[in-house]
Design a protein around this ligand. Structure first.
Ligand code: AMP
Length: 419
């Protein structure tokens, strides 16, 4: 009998592994710029951990966990998500320092018994970040900006940030009642799960994927209209900081994420390059989770990116692109002329050069550099033109240095020998 991989699992083969390595290395490098340190927690934990933190009436805990007794009859569960393990480890190892902001990230496999399809597996991998110790809205914005930066560093453009606030537990009773009152007349039209949710935890109705329930939900009241004054102020602060950081977002008042612990900000990043399973990243604030798990009262904010989906997009970006040695970033019309000269000379010297005359913003050009798999960027801006210099950036190392304009041999040597 031929034995095949278990349903919902797959092998990542040579050829594909290189894309995973690239994604992981980009994450390691980027997160270190934000002072975020890696943590590795066990792949199985005691079942209670997830029942208590993820939430005993969430779909994940009720329907999706791989739970089994070990040989001593302890109930263990393959982790379905990363946050509970990180919080447990942070408490158990006294990693949370009073008055400090502690930042951790993890990369690794998660397990959920879901119906497999493209982009949805029973074993999948997440890249997650958890930041503890501050409830300042600037932290929410900074962490979301970090997720965004990972996508742009990998050459992904067009991923959209959807933003909501679910308030704090004090905002919920009035909203829960309003939701119940609005949905009760439609009880019979809801699926059996949602009928149960209506009694137990009506907010969970927003997680339901049954189309009929979506239609009924569309006219339900939204939690944004029920936030208390402090939660409104916090949410305004988050939006203001995102604006300051230049991160664009769409408000989605129906974004109520399927885990119990979120307070205030929740968000998702969706990509139109993914098909039906379009969520690339999800996260939010969890100010009560650490205390509820027996730790000191410590606010938190985190996210998890679906690495399988990220790899899918990155692999597709590179499928059409012959890798480039150097990408020329130009700013302004005179710089474009100089860039044209540079591309001709550097090609004569044997380098694979890319230049996008249409792209105007630096961020977009950097994303294109990454999409072309360029190892170096040659930056020719207005300031550089005035100084008679270019900047040469090693994209893998993230280092940058100045060279004299038209020092072609020096640039070639750096690209050939340096990286
Ligand atoms: P969640 O913890 O459910 O918000 O998941 C965070 C991210 O992990 C999602 O946005 C997806 O990108 C990814 N993800 C969740 N479940 C799966 C799965 N079964 N297969 C692949 N990726 C997943």
């Amino acid at each position: 009998m031929k034995i095949t991989a278990a349903k919902g699992t797959r092998d990542i083969l040579p050829g594909e592994v290189e894309v995973w390595q690239r994604v992981e290395q980009t994450a390691h490098r980027l997160f270190s710029l934000y002072g975020v340190q890696e943590i590795r927690t066990p792949i199985f934990e005691s079942t209670d951990l997830f029942a208590k933190s993820t939430g005993s009436d969430t779909d994940i805990v009720i329907k999706e966990m791989y739970t089994f007794p070990d040989r001593s009859n302890r109930s263990l569960t393959l982790r379905p998500e990363g946050t509970p393990g990180v919080v447990r480890a942070a408490i158990e190892n006294s990693l949370l320092r009073r008055g400090e902001i502690d930042r951790f990230y993890y990369i690794g496999p998660m397990f959920r018994y879901e119906r497999p399809q493209k982009g949805r597996y029973r074993q999948f991998s997440q890249i997650g970040v958890e930041v503890f110790g501050s409830s300042h809205p600037a932290i929410d914005a900074e962490v979301m900006e970090m997720a965004n930066s990972l996508f742009t560093s990998l050459g992904i453009i067009g991923a959209r940030l959807q933003l909501n606030s679910v308030g704090h537990p004090g905002c919920r009773p009035a909203y829960r009642q309003a939701l119940k009152d609005a949905l009760e007349p439609h009880r019979a039209e809801l699926c059996s799960d949602c009928q149960r949710r209506l009694d137990v935890n009506p907010l969970r109705i927003f997680d339901c994927k049954v189309p009929g329930c979506g239609v009924i939900r569309a006219n339900a009241p939204v939690i944004l209209d029920y936030l208390c004054a402090e939660c409104v102020t916090h949410f305004d602060g988050v939006k203001e900081c995102l604006d300051t950081l230049g991160v664009s977002y769409d408000l989605n008042p129906r974004l109520v994420r399927g885990l119990d612990y979120y307070t205030r900000t929740t968000f998702e990043v969706v990509s139109d390059k993914l098909g039906a399973q379009n969520a690339l990243c999800g996260g939010g604030r969890y100010d009560d989770l650490v205390a509820s798990m027996g730790g000191p009262q410590t606010p938190g904010f985190g996210f998890a990116i679906g690495a399988d989906r990220l790899v899918m997009i990155v692999a597709e970006l590179h499928r059409h692109a012959a890798p480039a040695d150097i990408y020329i970033v130009h700013l302004g019309a005179p710089a474009l002329k100089e860039a044209l000269v540079a591309s001709r000379v550097l090609r004569e010297l044997g380098l694979a050069v890319r230049l996008d005359p249409d792209a105007k913003e630096v961020g977009k050009q950097m994303a294109r550099a990454s999409a072309w798999g360029a190892r170096y960027a040659l930056i020719i801006g207005e300031r550089e033109m005035e100084k008679g210099a270019y900047a040469v950036k090693n994209l893998a190392a993230g280092t940058q240095r100045e060279v004299a304009a038209r020092a072609w041999d020096e640039i070639r040597r750096e690209v050939v020998n340096g990286g």
